[in-house]
Design a binder for this molecule. Structure first.
Ligand SMILES: Cc1cc2nc3c(=O)[nH]c(=O)nc-3n(C[C@H](O)[C@H](O)[C@H](O)COP(=O)(O)OP(=O)(O)OC[C@H]3O[C@@H](n4cnc5c(N)ncnc54)[C@H](O)[C@@H]3O)c2cc1C
Length: 401
């Protein structure tokens, strides 16, 4: 939907449409689920390379990282237009762009930026996020994977879990404990790690859907050179927060688009011809549109804060919370429009394209990158000033917990 575009945005949209019309069709995926994960990543890298050649890789990333330094509106316009094609987009390229580059850009050395920014933007390097552990999810500061300094290297031992696409990633962003004598948030250090380093074992986790895009990642005496440390020793928590803030603010996809829903409602039978004949449907869509606009402008505001060097802190939690729950409501609403046919959808049914998948996937998004309850805690404590949770372990040395 482009009726609200400013003249500059309309010009950008036209330019993007033309460019996508020339380049996207050759990269489209056909027949969902018919290609392997390996092939999906190969296709994802190729599309990322094409985006880089066209100047559309990393629209929101700063020019210092080789990005376009565009506006939130441009990112959304690009995502909307790109959403008209079935392109190989996913965490296999997204983690590098939305998580690795922001942390390397903010806390890394010029040599690290030089080594990683260009290749990641061009799809030559893919990344995984090695944060969560069996006893460190919402409580990320509880990580037990440890790194001990040995000459110019660090020797890492421990286990990570839920490492999306680690089985096919070139590099990982890793948070580990380097000083167990300090309280839990203070003894952490951040690294980038080459996933081919001896001692790293990635074991895929088979999901109920049949897919295996998550992994357990084991580290046994893995040697990481100190040149791969990002930020100072002990600055791991600040680096991890940079990653999580960037991840939360990057929820700028086409998911839950009201334009798609309106189109879908117009094609769905209902009173007077289509579901749009129902005033209840029109009211719901109007509400969804207002929410979409509010989220877009709020995201823009926070991204402006980041580009000025300010830290949006818990405000980023609001974006993630609103985005994931809204995405789920939009998909649920689309399914309801077709009543029983929407719910009884099977993967080969093309009548409810995408929304059925979106509904299930949005459940995972309400956990990944910060579960709803944890984000609500952050908002209540840090924005609304409500009493904090009792955290008896906060100031206790980690090895005494
Ligand atoms: C799709 C997906 C992709 C992921 N990809 C990655 C990845 O690539 N790399 C990676 O490192 N991790 C990844 N994760 C893991 C993700 O970061 C964790 O699942 C998340 O942080 C929650 O941690 P947990 O699963 O251990 O749940 P827990 O922390 O055990 O939480 C379980 C439940 O308890 C609630 N809860 C926990 N603490 C509190 C509290 N203080 N107050 C109120 N309620 C609370 C939570 O909200 C949740 O409902 C991914 C997860 C998903 C779903």
């Amino acid at each position: 939907m482009d009726f609200e575009d400013s003249p500059q945005e309309a010009a950008f949209r036209g330019q993007v449409r033309d460019w996508l019309g020339q380049h996207a069709p050759a990269h489209e995926l056909t027949g969902l689920g018919t290609i392997s994960d390996t092939q999906t990543v190969v296709r994802g890298r190729a599309w990322q390379k094409t985006l880089a050649e066209g100047g559309y890789a990393g629209i929101l990333l700063p020019k210092s990282l080789g990005g376009r330094e565009g506006t939130m509106a441009e990112a959304l316009i690009f995502a909307e237009e790109e959403g008209h094609y079935n392109l190989p987009k996913g965490p296999y390229v997204g983690i590098g762009l939305a998580m690795a580059l922001p942390v390397v850009g903010k806390h890394g050395t010029p040599a690290q930026i030089e080594a990683f920014a260009g290749p990641t933007l061009r799809g030559e390097l893919t990344w995984c996020q090695l944060f969560s552990e069996p006893s460190a999810g919402s409580d990320l500061a509880n990580v037990r994977t440890k790194a001990v300094r040995d000459g110019d290297d660090w020797v890492v031992n421990g286990q990570k879990v839920w490492s999306s696409w680690a089985h096919l990633s070139d590099w990982g962003i890793l948070v580990v404990r380097t000083d167990p004598k300090l309280p839990k948030h203070k003894g952490l250090t951040f690294f980038v790690v080459d996933m081919k380093t001896p001692g790293i074992e990635v074991r895929p986790i088979r999901q109920i859907s049949g897919a295996s895009d998550f992994n357990e990642t084991f580290f046994t005496d893995v040697r990481i050179p100190d040149s791969c440390r990002v930020g100072a020793v002990g600055e791991g928590w600040a680096c991890a927060m940079t990653v999580l803030t960037a991840e939360r603010l990057n929820q700028a996809g086409h998911e839950g688009s009201v334009a798609d829903l309106i189109k879908y409602a117009a094609e769905t039978p209902g009173p007077g011809g289509s579901a749009l004949g129902s005033s209840a449907t029109r009211m719901a869509l109007a509400g969804a549109y207002a929410e979409e606009q509010a989220l877009k402008h709020f995201q823009s505001r926070l991204r402006t804060m980041v580009s000025r060097g300010e830290n949006p802190g818990a405000l980023a939690a609001m974006v993630k919370l609103a985005f994931a729950s809204r995405y789920q409501r939009m998909a649920g609403f689309a399914m309801e429009l077709r009543e029983l046919a929407g719910i009884a959808h099977t993967p080969d049914d093309t009548a409810t394209p995408g929304f059925w998948h979106d509904y299930i996937w949005s459940t995972a998004l309400r956990i990944a990158g910060g579960a709803d309850e944890v984000l609500r805690n952050q908002i209540s404590e840090r924005i609304l000033g409500m009493p904090g949770e009792v955290r008896a372990d906060k100031d206790v040395p980690f090895d005494r917990l």
